[in-house]
Design a protein around this ligand. Structure first.
Ligand SMILES: Cc1cc2nc3c(=O)[nH]c(=O)nc-3n(C[C@H](O)[C@H](O)[C@H](O)COP(=O)(O)OP(=O)(O)OC[C@H]3O[C@@H](n4cnc5c(N)ncnc54)[C@H](O)[C@@H]3O)c2cc1C
Length: 579
């Protein structure tokens, strides 16, 4: 169980997140912070125990896929059993508020649970992550009637949810959606085909559809899209025109059903405002992106742990391969990748939690059940705004980093296993197969770095760097200060490189990945230093991250600054050689 509830998670639970303010804002002064924190720890311990106990069965059942039987999706036994255990412990739909029967868990705790589940079985995490995300979107955007009707059923695990966006012609580009929502006499009916839908056989679908009234004018854009809750069964108990037409066979996450879903005159209920569906869906996707980053961390942990254990026991040339300098360096690099990504994810979660807590406090103030001074109100509003900007940049970066780390760590783990790693039954081979999809769904890595670039273009770097600079300048201990100074110098390099991109949009797009890498490097560096201050055993981790990444950063920034859009012509002529 300890592997699942690691020291670094406890470090955030005990020291690196300001839980007192969170609980005070979220629940009021009467909240008992030590008791609440102990309860959060208990929740994590329960999840860790279930995952550790179920891990052998989940790993053994890895190759078994969900089946389609007479239109119903049937989970393989290892998934159904673990899902039931989590459900019995109340660990599905983590974010549903207490008033609707949930635990209202903070994003940090919810994402650590997803990370644990992913470590045990990434396919199961996909099912659970979607379930939690759909419930949270209903909670955030649904009418009170929809919330009362569905959230208690999500919290108890009675119903499962799916998010239906993708269509054959609309993948990364959701402006191409053609599923149609027609409203007549106050009732709305949805028609269209969705593909690649996780949990596609479930009861509750959140469908992004184009409204018939503005269909032609809005075609090709994300305007005119609305979000509808479409149940599989109507209020009269009869089928509601939602059917699974196919289940996919995949390279990995076999336990998670991926379905083609058809909507034929299926009645739907508006979630949020008409024409604003894309925005509501973005909020779901942002939560889901943190979830997929957690999924990547979980897979990365499992692969790294397996690789280290193998490298310690496999002897070649008279010594364990773990003692070969090249292998030591590789294992250290894998650990750095994992921990850098984790640092970014946990900070993004902590910020999301802080903002949710501020929103709850403000709602109480609006309702008149709490009084705060105008000055305090303005201070909290400014903090919320600053956090919001940070979250919008950190979320795509955390998703990009966590999932690319899972991909490369699991690939490295295969290499460390040599030929054994390439055998069909190889544990790390399976983990690598599971890792690949994390860089694709909930927005591909290319889409994440483009989103990050967009936020930088809107000025996010200034806000994010202001906070980071303040944090870095606070380190006084000489060794920590030295490292912090290197990061501060890196930030100056980045500002110069970002400035060079402002002149040409195409060149900026071409450089989006390089820019995302360097920005993520300094953000993770600041967080790793905070970890090292709280736990000196993590000093070498922070130092190594900064030493390696700042050298790389300098080279990348130099390349960005010395280039121009002409590089695209060069790309074209290089590609022509391969055609
Ligand atoms: C197992 C699985 C589960 C899924 N679950 C769900 C689900 O529950 N609900 C749902 O709605 N969808 C789901 N999806 C769909 C998933 O979100 C999409 O596959 C993903 O968004 C990518 O879309 P696409 O496959 O059409 O690829 P495309 O959009 O065609 O992209 C192909 C390649 O082009 C790149 N690309 C595209 N546009 C750009 C650009 N502007 N700049 C640079 N590169 C670009 C992409 O990064 C990618 O590398 C799932 C998919 C899978 C495989």
């Amino acid at each position: 169980m300890r592997a699942y509830l690691s020291d670094v998670v406890l470090l955030y639970l005990d020291e690196l997140i300001d839980w007192d303010s969170y609980l005070n804002w979220r629940r009021g002064e009467a909240s008992d912070a030590p008791v609440e924190r102990a309860a959060l720890r208990e929740v994590l311990e329960t999840a860790a125990q279930i995952c550790a106990e179920q891990e052998p069965k989940l790993r053994a059942g890895w190759a078994q896929s969900a089946r389609l039987e007479q239109g119903q999706v049937v989970y393989p036994p290892h998934i159904a059993e673990t899902l039931e255990k989590l459900r019995a412990a109340g660990l599905v739909s983590f974010g549903v508020d207490e008033q609707y029967g949930g635990f209202g868990l903070p994003a940090f705790v919810a994402n650590v649970i997803l990370q644990m589940v992913s470590r045990a079985d990434a396919g199961l995490m996909t099912i659970l992550g979607l379930q939690a995300g759909v419930a949270e979107d209903i909670q955030r955007y649904g009418s009170e009637e929809l919330k009362q009707q569905y959230l208690p059923r999500f919290a108890s695990g009675e119903v499962m949810g799916a998010m239906d966006l993708t269509e054959p012609q609309a993948g990364s580009d959701l402006g191409a959606i053609q599923t149609r929502a027609t409203t007549t006499n106050g009732r709305t009916f949805v028609d269209g085909d969705k593909i690649f839908i996780t949990n596609g056989g479930c009861e509750i679908h959140l469908v992004l559809a184009r409204d018939a009234e503005t269909f032609d004018q809005s075609k090709g854009t994300t305007k005119g899209l609305s979000l509808y809750l479409v149940p599989r069964t109507g209020a009269d108990g009869k089928p509601n025109g939602v059917s699974v037409t196919r289940l996919e066979e995949k390279l990995g996450i076999h336990g998670s059903p991926t379905a083609a879903v058809r909507f034929e005159h299926a009645e739907g209920w508006l979630v949020g405002q008409r024409g604003q569906g894309f925005n509501a869906m973005l909020s779901l996707m942002n939560n889901a992106r943190l979830g997929v980053a957690a999924q990547g961390i979980g897979i990365g942990e499992a692969a790294l742990d397996t690789a280290i254990r193998y490298a310690r026991t496999r002897v070649q040339f008279g010594v364990p391969i773990a003692d070969q300098p090249l292998m030591q360096d590789r294992l250290a690099r894998m650990t750095l990748e994992l921990e850098g990504s984790r640092a970014l994810l946990y900070r993004a979660c902590a910020l999301a939690d802080q903002n949710r807590a501020i929103e709850t406090l403000m709602a109480r103030v609006e309702a008149g059940s709490k009084e705060i001074s105008e000055a305090h109100k303005a201070e909290l509003q400014a903090l919320h705004e600053r956090n919001d900007t940070r979250i919008r940049l950190l979320t795509p970066l955390a998703k990009y980093m966590g999932t690319e780390a899972a991909d490369s760590i699991s690939r490295d783990a295969i290499q460390i296993h040599g030929g054994v790693g390439f055998m069909a039954e190889s544990e790390v081979g399976k983990l690598h197969h599971d890792a690949i999809i994390t860089t694709i769904y909930e927005g591909t890595s290319e889409i994440q770095v483009s989103f990050a670039l967009k936020e930088i273009g809107k000025g996010a770097l200034g806000v994010v760097f202001e906070v980071l600079e303040e944090e870095l300048k606070a380190f006084e201990e000489p060794r920590m200060k030295d490292l912090a100074d290197k990061v501060l110098a890196g930030m100056q390099e980045i500002l110069g490189a970002a400035g060079a991109l402002l002149t040409d949009f195409k060149y900026a797009m071409m450089s989006a990945q390089a820019l995302a890498d360097v920005v993520a490097s300094v953000l993770a560096a600041g967080e790793l230093l905070k970890q090292a201050k709280a736990d000196p055993r993590r000093f070498d981790l922070a130092a190594s991250w900064i030493d390696r990444r700042m050298v790389d950063l300098e080279a990348r920034c130099k390349r960005i600054k010395t280039g121009s859009v002409a590089r695209l012509d060069r790309c074209a002529s290089i590609i022509a050689l391969a055609e």
